[in-house]
Write a protein that binds this ligand. Sequence first.
Ligand code: SF4
Length: 484
Amino acid sequence: MFQAAKQSKLQQDGNDDVFFVDNGNTSYRLSLYDQPPLYDVTVEEFETSALDRLRILAEIESSAARNRSWDETKQVTITQCGKYLPLNSNSASGIDIQAERRKDQLGHFVLRLAFCRSEELRRRFTKAETTLFKIRFESDDSNERRAFLNSKDFNWISVSKNEKDEYKGQLQHFISAKMDLDTAFNNEAFYKVKWTTIPDLVEKRKVFLKGGYAYVPAREQASIIYAAFEERLEAALLATSRAIPLVDEDMRLNPILDNLAQGFIAGVPSDWVASAETTGEGITADMVDSLAKQHFPLCMRVLHQSLRKDHHLKHFGRLHYGLFLKVLGLSIDEALAFWRKSFAGGSGSDKFDKEYRYNIRHSFGLEGRRMNYPAKNCLQLHSAHEAGCPYRQLESSPENLQSALLSSYSAQGLTINDLPEIMAQVKKRSYHVACTRVFEITHARSVRKGEGLRDGESVTHPNQYAARSIELEKESKEMEVDFV
Ligand code: SF4
């Protein structure tokens, strides 16, 4: 990858292409990522492959924060991979398998560049990637998994029958005897590896130690592979961190890498809506009060409540809330009507025209640089000093946060008994996990605990929260109609 990034810099010709060579074909679904990508990609592909992978890794971290069991984590990860990072086996038909593997490989190596920069990032990245590898390993087609393992050198030595018999007394303690012990022993294969490579199994006393080697039963083989994956990735990240100055000089890639690292630190992957397109339709100024009460996340409820109370919002409040409402589906005419009415108590019509009208039209791309700005995502709101994420901003005054939660959501079923669990996530700085839990509690009629917005997905954007909430209400109304 460094070679690639360096090459991209050397060969930069002013357009958006990053130049690599080699076609990047991969024979197996599983990968130890020992070959960096050396093929042509655009800067856009460079970024999106990493963002999509980051969604998966962030969800793996969220699963740990939410104390999901291994089976739940596996289920959520497989579902999210199906959406953002599908990786089918060789037997799948009608799918461009090489394109999937190329994206998988590219995303992994881009994230290596982003996350090699500090020990903390390296540790978290290695942990999340190893979990992803384990999930894929467990769910892989068994023939393809065997072929993949045979293609790699894990430095394990197959224990011969003679040697196995020599240590039968010791080795038979490490087999699970569902049948009679002799048959179980004869059926079990053993491998020898340097004991230092599998500290987990040694610590748990799941292997026999002799002459510097650990004798590992075949059913524990996966542990050797996971340890090898982790060890190789740790070493590769360290090597990458030493070479990173080469990439730091690239002005196109550097902001992307910084943004990815920030997203991972905050536990929030990226934009849910990368565009400024609206997600709702037919929303009018008169509907906003009722939508805010039922469907808005805490950040936007707080802004709506202050607007109603003070008939005013400061600059960043107007900006964040205005963009949110735009993406929610408020047209420019309805937005002007909404803001004119909202300011009416404190601002006369002339003042509104002079001070605010231009800014509202500007945010719709109708003035100035004519850019249709997207709404702010959770990552941006977490780092905002003003009008940002309340879970973050009120972290140091838990009483205020708790009373904001109760006053905003008690009509939707949130009670004082729910607060400890939410505050525990805030304390861990997993703000989006706290927000996701509030979503589950306030939509308990349709959403089970742990299900998140959908299929275990966590909140990463206020508009994603509102859009899913509106969608659930629509679904439940349709079900009621069908029932009648
Ligand atoms: Fe808003 Fe995101 Fe914070 Fe939820 S986690 S309150 S959606 S910024």
